[in-house]
Design a protein around this ligand. Structure first.
Ligand code: FAD
Length: 367
């Protein structure tokens, strides 16, 4: 296999003092770290970095089978050298060799809009075309981060990996807003995918983009991430509109004969969609009928009334909804459903009254 190669020599007052914590950190993250003849080798999957302490500098050589892995390893080394360098110093890093010119991050794609379909009054499906989509075509990881350029910007500006191997974000006035969405449909061979956007009041960048979208508009996409469909004999799904795209995609891929129940909170009957699911699977729509999204206990009330026959095979509970319902469902899953539920994944997809940035910051704090 032909390997790509990148190298750098980073001036540091005490390079050994940076290399030590860097190696410890890599070991904690299950990278293979070894040392022989004064050369430290760190293995990242199929790529390998060799680090040598020289007087006043750390010399690094990376070999990787492709550009994505080369970039990933360069980023891992460069970002941790910066992190472990003495406070107040900013090590200058400049890679030479393959992939040294600024480029998009390896998991980043530019998508252009090819179609818009109004599924229901508040759900809009947007179809996109992009290149090299194979990594996003997985039921193990359904979600992506969308990078939505500010409205009215003539030419979108994307985050780039710079010559130092680090991520460079665009200046604030050009910086895309980042929002999490679910890939509803994907055909990687054809280079197409679809995402279903909830059109909601108090629209932030995600909902506003969906409302104003024009054919040919471009957004960025990074990922995929999140946990996907887990194998079980029975399923209990709970979702509001934001969890509906993930639920619908999972239902479509359940093996025939799988049993279970999906509870879906929507505004009213006009928001119902026709979903494909195994025969014998039940779907119950719960209507807010005029109440604001995120203000009802429809999902938790329905959950509290369920009776599950014991001993009928493993049960997996999956829920994605507004934060208040998420808390109730998670508590129920941990307490009174513990005996029946073999595994669960309960996720807060949005929080009433706060933007996704604030919501994500709160989640990080709680974690
Ligand atoms: C893993 C994951 C996958 C997701 N997948 C999807 C998806 O496929 N489709 C989808 O539409 N959403 C999805 N979401 C939810 C979506 O990311 C949030 O709703 C997000 O806040 C929308 O961003 P925004 O820019 O429109 O609003 P923000 O700027 O984040 O918020 C602005 C205001 O709108 C309110 N708000 C946000 N969402 C809603 C809503 N649904 N109803 C009413 N008010 C709201 C906020 O509370 C805030 O007051 C997903 C979230 C996660 C974590």
């Amino acid at each position: 296999m032909t390997m790509l190669r990148a190298e750098t020599r980073i001036a540091l007052p005490d390079p050994a003092a940076v290399l030590r914590p860097l190696c410890e950190h890599m070991r904690e993250h299950e990278a293979e770290v070894s040392e022989a003849d004064g050369v430290t080798t760190i293995g990242f999957g199929e790529s390998r970095a060799e680090l040598t302490v020289e007087p006043g500098a750390l010399s690094v050589v990376i070999e990787a089978p492709d550009l994505a892995q080369l970039q990933g390893s360069r980023f891992a080394i460069a970002s941790h050298v910066v992190e472990f360098a003495p406070e107040g110093t900013a090590p200058a890093i400049h890679w030479s060799g393959d992939g040294a010119e600024p480029m998009l991050p390896p998991d980043f794609r530019v998508l252009s809009v090819t179609g818009v379909e109004q599924l229901t009054p508040h759900m809009r499906r947007i179809r996109f075309r992009g290149e090299d989509l194979a990594r996003y075509d997985s039921l193990e990881a359904l979600h992506v981060r969308l990078f939505i350029p500010p409205a009215g910007l003539a030419e979108p500006v994307w985050p780039m990996i710079g010559a130092d191997g680090l991520l460079q974000t665009p200046p604030p006035e050009q910086r895309p807003a980042v929002r999490k969405y679910t890939i509803r449909e994907i055909d990687a061979a054809a280079g197409t995918l679809a995402i279903d956007f909830v059109l909601h009041d108090d629209a932030g960048p995600g909902s506003a983009f969906a409302a104003r979208v024009q054919l040919g508009d471009r957004i960025g996409m990074a990922g995929p991430g999140g946990r996907g469909l887990k194998q079980a004999q029975r399923y209990l799904f709970l979702a509001d509109e934001t969890g509906l795209p993930a639920l619908a995609r999972m239902l479509e891929h359940l093996p025939a004969g799988t049993s279970g129940l999906a509870l879906v909170e929507i505004a009213d009957a006009a928001e119902r969609q026709s979903l494909t699911m195994p025969e014998g699977f039940s779907l119950r729509w719960l209507h807010r009928d005029g109440a604001a999204p995120g203000s009802t206990s429809l999902l938790t009330d329905a959950l509290a009334t369920l009776e599950w026959p014991a001993g009928e095979g493993s049960l997996y509970l999956w829920a994605a909804c507004e934060h208040a319902a998420f808390r109730e469902i998670r508590a129920a899953a941990r307490q009174y459903l513990r005996a029946e539920v073999d595994a669960h994944l309960v996720v807060s997809y949005w929080r009433a009254g706060v933007s996704e940035e604030q919501h994500a910051a709160e989640k990080r704090k709680a974690a």
